[in-house]
Design a protein around this ligand. Structure first.
Ligand SMILES: [Zn+2]
Ligand SMILES: [Zn+2]
Length: 370
């Protein structure tokens, strides 16, 4: 590999000062040309060299995650960047050196040892200097903090996934859980974002995770994707250096309903239209009415028909108040009232069964219509 360490402008000419009539080298008494310190080139070269590199360079690698310690932090770097980094840390270059070019060759000797050959070229006071170095990069084991903690079943937070008023079904748990994998992938290298333990519990799923930030970040994502509420509780589990060590429990309660579902609330029927940070916006089934609610108050609602239980049926005949359609269950002809937002050119209507009766539904955003 080749790299330039120094991008300063090239010097013009050599460091020799030509206008030195009568002067001589202060070491060997040679006549000019002399450097600014009154040295002839031979004496100048004897007293200056381009670079120093120790014969051995040590580095630490975590045997578990294979990350390398760089500037106090364990990280993952490419082999090429790592070698370059190690050389730059260990190399001492003459302070006046300019236009340095570096050629680095790495040869792996065994698992823990790499031989590095470095060729440097640069100028000092206009004289071109070259140096050759050979050094051994030796790797020793040192377990990084996250791996130490993982091995010790360490966790900072418990994440509880639940539903309001019912059990989470397996499909829901799988979907919620998958969103954590997606989040971790998006975040990339965040050492304390790990899962210590997880498994099913009555009504939902529990997880122990490496960091409080991880639990909080995920809970926020769950709320924005599925609505619902987060409840945080902190408990003191010990003391260290006079400071309480706390563990966080984050309870996420996923609503029993989702966007588009038909729910019973306050003695009326509604569809869940959309939601805000504070709670869902509902659209009444019987007339053009929208109302905002809170997550908390809606925990008492009943889900009457979920989105996936709805049907879209063709309008066979209609007048100003009702329409005919074929019952998707028994293929008989039925007539029910028009939804209040039925447009003149509409050819189909969304319907659902509530207590054995077909009910036409006004449209909400989840249907794909504004
Ligand atoms: Zn001399
Ligand atoms: Zn590690």
């Amino acid at each position: 590999m080749t790299g330039r360490l120094n991008t300063r402008a090239p010097t013009t000419g050599s460091g020799l000062d030509m206008d030195q009539s009568g002067a001589f080298c202060i070491v060997c008494a040679s006549p000019p040309p002399l450097t600014t310190e009154r040295l002839c080139e031979v004496c100048f070269r004897k007293r200056n060299h381009l670079s120093d590199l120790p014969e051995r360079i040590q580095q630490t690698r975590c045997p578990t995650c294979l990350k390398i310690q760089i500037e106090g932090r364990f990280s993952r770097v490419s082999e090429e960047d790592l070698m370059q980094q190690r050389i730059i840390e260990a190399l001492r270059v003459h302070p006046e050196a300019q236009n340095i070019e570096m050629d680095l060759h790495a040869e792996s000797i065994d698992e823990r040892t790499t031989r590095l050959n470095l060729e440097l070229r640069g100028s000092i006071q206009g004289f071109i200097f070259e140096s050759l170095h050979e050094t051994l990069l030796q790797t020793s084991n040192g377990v990084c903090l996250p791996c130490t903690r993982k091995a010790g079943a360490y966790f900072e937070a418990t994440m509880q996934l639940r539903s309001a008023g019912r059990r989470l079904d397996e499909k829901e748990i799988a979907e919620l859980r998958a969103s954590l994998d997606t989040m971790l992938e998006e975040i990339g290298d965040e050492p304390m974002f790990f899962i210590t333990n997880e498994g099913p519990v009555k009504g939902g799923w529990d997880m122990q995770v490496g960091s409080k930030a991880m639990a909080r970040m995920w809970a926020k994502k769950l709320v924005s994707a599925h609505g619902g509420r987060i409840k945080e509780t902190s408990s003191v589990v010990g003391h260290k250096d006079g400071v309480d060590i706390t563990r966080l429990t984050v309870l996420y309660r996923k609503p029993a309903y989702t966007l588009g579902d038909v729910i019973g609330f306050s003695g009326r029927m509604w569809r869940v239209d959309t939601w805000t940070k504070d709670g869902p916006i509902l659209k009444a089934l019987d007339n053009l009415e929208r109302t905002g609610t809170t997550w908390r108050s809606l925990e008492k609602c009943t889900v009457l028909s979920r989105m996936q239980e709805h049907y879209t049926v063709e309008i066979l005949r209609r007048d100003g108040s009702a329409f005919d359609f074929m019952d998707p269950n028994d293929y008989t002809m039925r007539t029910i009232g028009n939804p209040y937002d039925l447009e003149d050119e509409a050819s189909s209507v969304r319907i659902c069964l509530i207590d054995g009766e077909w009910q036409s539904l006004p449209r909400v955003r989840a249907d794909g219509v504004d």
